[in-house]
Design a protein around this ligand. Sequence first.
Ligand SMILES: Nc1ncnc2c1ncn2[C@@H]1O[C@H](COP(=O)(O)OP(=O)(O)O)[C@@H](O)[C@H]1O
Ligand SMILES: Cc1ncc(COP(=O)(O)OP(=O)(O)O)c(N)n1
Length: 271
Amino acid sequence: MIAKALTIAGSDSGGGAGIQADLKTFQERHVFGMSAITAVTAQNTLGVQGVYPLSIEGIQQQIDSIATDLYPDAVKTGMLFSSEITKAVADKMKHYGFKNIVVDPVMIAKGGSPLLQEEAVEQVKASLLPIASVITPNLPEAEVLTGMKINDLNDRKEAAKVLHSLGVASVVIKGGHGEEQYKIVDLLFNGRDFIEIDHQRLETKHTHGTGCTFAACVTAELAKGRSIEKAVETASEFVHYAIKHTLEIGGGHGPTNHWAFRSYDQKVIRS
Ligand SMILES: Nc1ncnc2c1ncn2[C@@H]1O[C@H](COP(=O)(O)OP(=O)(O)O)[C@@H](O)[C@H]1O
Ligand SMILES: Cc1ncc(COP(=O)(O)OP(=O)(O)O)c(N)n1
């Protein structure tokens, strides 16, 4: 049976993040990818030059079209931009009873452009977290969602517990924005245990779309029936190689290499 995954996110014209990163990642993980676009962004490696949200009706209709014919085994939400879009997406996911919902709480693009209006944060907490299987904030996003200052690993654990208390089953606090000079810790809290996934910090500016790619890989693995622990372990490894074998394109924060995991490291491939 072909696993199917749906991404409900923004379009990145530069191809490195958003639904473009998600669909490339799904494909690399042998999962059939589908998309419902929430907003179109004019974007490249230098930043975001324009944000054009779609109509609520247009977003709802895309989800209806997929759910009534190509019901997804897992769903990822990325850029949702506004409170109205967030609520409409959450209502549709509840209506269709989607399972394996991965929330990537996209707020600010790497270049600093806002991708989520401030007033939408409470809507994310109120309507998305209670139906989410996992949320994958980076450190700044975890601070905004919890209202905490996160300085060390203990703070990250506390923040993960706060997010879990809002209803999401598992929490991944990604560590890329951390202060550690040589390593990065991605922290998973599954509601019971903390699992730390350490890996080498790579010296590069080409990290456009790393969070999107991470969350998309978790989504693809859940779509195939993997456990959250296995899904997160694979995603951490997938993104590490995607950064390690950078494409070095564009004049700014270049995109990750979505085929690296498959091409350069056959020995670690798991179907
Ligand atoms: N310089 C880096 N070297 C190695 N891995 C990185 C680097 N930056 C980010 N990552 C990895 O990319 C993923 C995304 O992390 P992070 O940068 O924290 O989130 P976001 O991309 O959403 O800001 C995590 O798995 C993290 O470990
Ligand atoms: C349409 C769209 N969605 C998400 C992002 C975020 O990508 P990026 O700025 O590289 O941040 P992470 O994916 O690394 O969290 C985007 N820029 N555009």
